[in-house]
Design a protein around this ligand. Sequence first.
Ligand code: C2E
Ligand code: CA
Ligand code: CA
Length: 577
Amino acid sequence: MTLSPDTRNDRLRLLVLTPEYVDFLWYRAMLSRDPEIDPDATWCPDLIDCDDLIRNASFDVIVWDCVFHGGSESGFLQYLTVSSEDKPVLALSASPCEEKGPELVAAGAADYLCRQAIDGWSFCRAVKCLWYREQLSASAHGQLGREVATGFINRDLFFDRLQQALLRAERAGHRLALLHLNLDDFRNINETFGYQKSDQLMFRLAERLRHKLRRVDSLMRIGGDELAIIVEKVEDSLDISQIIRKVVEALDEPLTVDGQSLVVSASLGVATYPEAGDSPEELLRRANRAMFEAKRDPGTSYRFYDRQLHISAGYQLRLEADLRNAIRRKELELYYQPRIDLATEEARGVECLLRWNHPERGIVGPEEFIPVAERSGLIVPIGYWVIEQACKRLQESAELGFPGLVFAVNLSFRQFHDRKMTETIFRIIFNANVDTSLLELELTESAMMHDPDYAQRCLRELNQLGISFALDDFGTGFSSLSNLQHLPISLVKIDKSFVQELGNSADAEHIIRAIISLAHSLQMSVVAEGVETKGQLDFLRQYHCDEIQGYYFARPMPWNDLVQFLTRQNQSACLQK
Ligand code: C2E
Ligand code: CA
Ligand code: CA
C-alpha cells in the first residue's frame, strides 16, 4: 500500500505490538520528547487485533516486542512483513543485540534494539530512521519527498537519481553499487560537540569523500549521520573495493571540529545491482541491512549484502594491502622466459615476467595481482621497479657473455596515467647506463586506444631514446596492423590463444598466416607466444614466423636458471651450425 499525497500524514503512524500497556506508554513517552516526531501511536496487545489492524489501518513503522508472537519469532516476522506490505519492523528483543540482532534482521526486521539497553535517544533514532526510510520509499512511488533537515538531499531526488542510475546500469549491462554509510557513535559526538558542530563534522566528511570519489559517483547525505554513495559503471568487485578503500582512508584521517582533531569511524553497507535487487527501495533496504551487520565489527568496517562479493572484496583489499609492502619487503621477483630465433635456434631475447613471493601464500602469479596493482595505481611504482630490475639484468647478461640479448618488459595502460612516465623511464635507463636498443616494451592495443594521442607521444619520446616496442597479445583486439603503422612498433606478438588452436581450427591457421605476412610487409618481426608442441613449432617455421616463446623451449624461470639455460642453448646452437 502506498500513500497518496492527500492521505499522507505528517505524524508518524506507529503500531506498537506489546502485551504490556506500561511498555506502550513508555515507548510513546520516549518518542514524544523528540520535537521531530509527533507520534500517532496505536497499542496492540493481542494477535487477533493485530491482524485486523495491519490489514485495515495504515502505519509507517511497526514496533514489535519479541515476546509478542504466535509460534516462532521468525515466522511471525515474516507474517508481519507480508501482511503489512513491507512496512519496516523495529524488533525489541530481550537478548543482547549481538546474539539476536543478526537473526532478526535476517528474518526481515528492519532494525533491532535490545530491550534492556533502550533509552530515549537510541529508540527515537531507530524509529525516525525507519520512518524517513519509509517516506523515502513512498516518494519513490511518485510521491512527494520530505526534506529532513537543511543540508540533506531531498529524498525524492535521491531515489530519482538511484532510479536513473539503475536504468543506466541496466541498459549498459553494468553493475551498480549503493553504499550506505553510517557514522559510529554519532550520539557521543552530538553530546560532546552539540548538534551544529556535529553537523559540520558530517559536512566535512562528506566534502572529503566527494574529493576522493570518481566523477560518475554521487554522494548524498540522507540522514543526520548517514551518507549514501551511488557507484556507477562498476566492472567488477575490484572497482567497489577501490571505493571502499578510499572511504576507509578518508575516515582514517582526523577531522577538525571546533579546533579539535577527531578520528571517527563508520559502518558501511554495500548492496549491488543486480545481486541485491533491481529497485531503489530494495537496494537501499539491503545496503541498510548490510550496514547494520557491519556495525557488529569494531571501528570502520564494511559489509556487502552479497556474500560472495563480500569475500572477494575482502580478499582484494587484503591482497592490495600486502602488495603495498611487497616492493619494500623485496617480495617481488622477475622470471625470464626466452624467445628463440627460429632461424638460428638461439635465444634472441627474454620476456621479464613478474612473480610475487607472498610470505604466506607462496608464489602468486601476475594474472592474480596485476589487476589489483592496476586498479589501485600500484602498477606505477611496480612497473618502474620491473624496468630497473630488467636494466640491471641487461647489464649483467653482457658481462656474463650474452651481449645483444633483448629484454622485454610489459607495460600496462595504467602506467600511462603517470604523466612523468617517459621522464622516469629515461632516468632509470640513464642511471643504469644500458644499451637502450636492447630494451623492448610490450604493450597491448588497448593500452594505446585509451588516449591515443598521449600514448603516441610517449611512444615517440621513448623511441627517440632507442627503446623499441612490441605489440602484445595481437589478434585479440579490434585494431588492424595498418592502423598502428604510424607508431614506432617493430614487433608483433601473436596471442597464445591462436597458437594453441593450431591443428584444431582452420581459422587459427589463416589468422596466423595473415598476421605474419602483413607484419612482414610492414617491416615488423613476429613472435608467436604459447608454443607448446612440435606441431605448432613446425607450422610457425613453415610460415616464417621469426621467433617463438613457449613451454616447448622453456617456461619462465628465475635468473640463475636462465643463465644456465642460455649457456646450454647457445652451445647447442653453435654445434648445429
Ligand atoms: P603476457 O604478457 O601475455 O605473458 C605471457 C604469458 O604466457 C606468461 O604468463 C607466460 O608464462 C605464459 N606462457 C608462456 N608460454 C606459454 C605456453 O607455452 N603455454 C601457456 N599456457 N602459457 C605460456 P604469466 O607470467 O603468468 O603472465 C601473465 C600476464 O601478466 C602477462 O601476459 C602480462 O600481461 C602480465 N604481466 C606479467 N608481468 C608483468 C609486468 O611486469 N608488468 C605488467 N604490466 N604486466 C605483467
Ligand atoms: Ca607480454
Ligand atoms: Ca602476450
